[in-house]
Ligand binder design. Structure first.
Ligand SMILES: *Cc1c(COP(=O)(O)O)cnc(C)c1O
Length: 389
């Protein structure tokens, strides 16, 4: 990756070498199953419990309120299906937003299609923000769960989760937040956020892939979605992924120890991208909120550009960027997020997301700003030629 300029930290982040070092012993000498009885198992068990405590300190919760999962997607599924199915005798109505990650949207659709739940998909404004008043208006006596993300993965917009939590207080409605994209950059204190459930994933915070977690407030009804040996208090069975759990805690602790300083550095790089692109690329508009956005996220909609072709051209120049989410790339469907924000049809096919990270330098940003304008110009000329044929 030495010649590559990686500007897709929203898709995934490199594992920090300090995280890898912390994980390594748990693949080899300390390999025991933490659920076993003998002393080597106690070593693994203690490592898991120490990791749980470190994460709980960052979330401001009790260690017993953390359930490790196999991904951020699994944590979202466990939150939504787990609560909905555990509370279905109390109501069948869920509220979410039109701009959620597919892990949330498709879990809700699954409950609609197969279990008869009703789901309200709240609209967003032009910046991708959910209105807390709209959440309140959507409540019915049958509403049991609201799921609103902390930060959007495609356009970086921050949602007013704490304000939504205040509107829900005392209404008997639980609040889940998908904090996967926000994990390294936002305050994750569950009391300040006021949430009952929160999903995170290690690979978005400079940790390993394939490990996530769900914060579940004590007393929250939750039906397990994976049954088996009863690990994680019966809430998620399966032998614990000890190295990844250790790595997750190390990654989150490193990110949160320097969060504010690093956020300032990232925001300066982000703003350099935003002002550079808007100044040098004609007919580019910023997508997402102008100020209420993740410090690492710059996203645009380019008129008259085939976004896929532009990404291929950037790749040939050694720049990793994306159109929106990594999950939907390869599909020619326009982004559900941009569509919900009312982005005009001529710009919908030209999304560009550039997300900086721990390794990003000013020189890399300047190189991007040099390369991008002629590539956009060429993509537009080519598009014009193809359309004329
Ligand atoms: C990446 C992401 C997910 C999915 O996490 P995985 O660990 O990749 O399954 C869910 N929600 C958001 C907002 C994300 O950015």
């Amino acid at each position: 990756m030495s010649n590559v300029i990686y500007l897709d930290h929203a898709a995934t982040t490199p594992c920090d070498p300090r995280v890898v070092a912390a994980m390594l012993p748990y693949f080899t000498e300390r390999f025991a199953n933490p659920s076993s009885l003998y002393r080597p198992a106690q070593v693994a068990r203690q490592a898991v419990e120490a990791a749980r405590e470190r994460i709980a300190a960052i979330l401001g919760c009790s260690p017993a309120e953390i359930v490790f999962t196999g991904s951020g997607s699994e944590a979202d599924n466990l939150a939504i299906k787990g609560v909905a199915l555990a509370r279905r005798h109390e109501g069948n109505h869920l509220i979410t937003s039109a701009v959620e990650h597919h892990a949330v949207l498709h879990a809700c659709e699954h409950l609609q299609r197969h279990f008869g739940f009703e789901v309200t998909y709240l609209p967003v404004d032009q910046y991708g923000r959910v209105d807390p008043d709209a959440v309140e208006r959507a409540l019915t006596p049958r509403t049991i769960l609201v799921s609103i993300m902390l930060a959007n993965n495609e356009v970086g917009t921050l949602q007013p989760v704490a304000e939504i939590a205040r509107r829900l207080r005392g209404r008997g409605v639980l609040l889940h937040t998908d904090a996967v994209q926000a994990g390294a950059m936002c305050d994750l204190n569950v009391e300040r956020l006021g949430v009952d459930l929160m999903a995170l994933a290690a690979h978005k915070v400079y940790g390993p892939k394939g490990i996530g977690l769900l914060y579940v407030r004590r007393g929250t009804p939750l039906l397990a979605q994976i049954d088996g040996g009863g690990q994680e208090g019966g809430r998620r069975s399966g032998t614990l992924n000890v190295p990844s759990i250790v790595g997750f805690a190390e990654a989150l602790a490193l990110a949160h120890a320097q969060r504010e300083e690093e956020n300032r550095r990232l925001a300066a790089l982000r703003d350099r991208i935003i002002s550079g692109v808007l100044a040098r690329v004609p007919d580019a508009t910023l997508t997402g909120h102008p100020s209420q956005r993740l410090p690492n996220s710059a996203s645009f909609a380019l008129a008259g550009v085939d976004g896929q072709a532009l990404l291929v051209a950037l790749d040939l120049e050694g720049i990793c960027a994306s159109g929106g989410s990594a999950c939907s790339s390869g599909s020619p469907e326009p982004s559900h997020v941009l569509a919900a924000m009312g982005v005009s049809a001529d710009r919908l096919m030209g999304p560009l997301r550039l997300t900086v990270g721990r390794g990003t330098t000013e020189a890399e940003v300047d190189r991007l700003l040099e390369i991008l304008p002629p590539l956009v110009e060429r993509a537009r000329a080519l598009g014009g030629l193809l359309a004329a044929e």
